[in-house]
Write a protein that binds this ligand. Structure first.
Ligand code: NAD
Length: 256
């Protein structure tokens, strides 16, 4: 049912965003890839996906830390039937040492960008008579960990926004939901390993098993393909009455 629809996935030249974009394209959606860079690799990624899946894939540069660029992304894309707010960054530090500019950047990219893109996308969905907003939140949208104050605040924020938008669109053919992944081995998680190794004085393997997957009862990372499958499900007719809520893909993390 996503065939012929246009999906915009923010922060999709890597990790979960790219995985979600690929699964949407595989299912027949035309896709807009995005990040804040504008390299030949970014555009090559779009060309490769066009080739692989036989759908229209474009790359549009827009910095999700900037309000105007968030809104311009939606305008430039033309259509927006499916909006996946995925762009996100992380910084790990105790609150009294947490750099203000990191706090501001995390709130801007992980939370405020979704306000701007959703505000710009809803009129297009209404015009088309169908729409799906999927916010990639986190297990940290439902629970907390120390040293991640900005991330936890932003992710709880986007879960709250998901509920409000779900209510605002409840009587329309539009849904808004949040997917809450546990740990997925992407560049974002990879980047946390060295700091965590130092903080806990552990080697890489211990950090993965004892710190990261310690919270994930399945003891396995979730995959970007599984997250793409979850987004595709939320875009399906079966998910028509699912709105304003969260789906955890966390191997049991939030059941603990
Ligand atoms: P990642 O670093 O691989 O990908 C992040 C993406 O966001 C990249 O494409 C990057 O280019 C883009 N991005 C960063 N800053 C941007 C900006 N200013 N403007 C536009 N794009 C920007 O990380 P990931 O793990 O794939 O994370 C994707 C999302 O999933 C994030 O919102 C993250 O919080 C969430 N998440 C990840 C995990 C995990 O374990 N990896 C778990 C839960 C939630």
């Amino acid at each position: 049912s996503v065939t012929g629809k246009t999906a915009i996935v923010t922060g999709s030249n890597s990790g979960i965003g790219l995985g979600v974009a690929r699964e949407l394209a595989r299912a027949g959606a035309n896709v807009v890839l995005n990040s804040f860079t504008d390299t030949s690799e970014d555009h090559a990624l779009a060309a490769e996906m066009t080739e692989e899946f036989g759908v229209d894939v474009r790359y549009i540069k827009a910095d999700m830390s900037k309000a105007e660029e968030c809104r311009a992304l939606i305008e430039q894309a033309g259509r927006c039937d499916i909006l996946v707010n995925n762009a996100g960054i992380q910084h790990v530090a105790p609150i009294d040492e947490f750099p203000t500019e990191k706090w501001d950047a995390i709130i801007a990219i992980n939370l405020t960008s979704a306000f701007h893109t959703t505000a710009a996308a809803l009129p297009k969905m209404r015009e088309a008579g169908w729409g799906r907003v999927v916010n990639i939140a986190s297990a940290h949208g439902l629970t907390a960990s120390p040293y991640k104050t900005a991330y936890v605040a932003a992710k709880h924020g986007i879960v709250g926004m998901t509920k409000a938008v779900g209510l605002e669109t409840a009587e329309e053919p539009i849904t808004c939901n949040a997917v809450c992944p546990g740990y997925v081995l992407t560049p974002l998680v990879e980047a946390q390993i060295p700091d965590t190794m130092e903080k806990y004085n552990m080697d890489r393997d211990e950090v993965i098993k004892k710190v990261m997957l310690e919270r994930q009862p399945s003891r396995e990372f979730a995959t970007v393909e599984q997250l793409g499958g979850t987004v595709n499900f939320l875009c399906s007719d079966a998910a028509k009455q699912i709105t304003g809520t969260t789906i955890s893909v966390d191997g049991g993390w939030t059941a603990l």
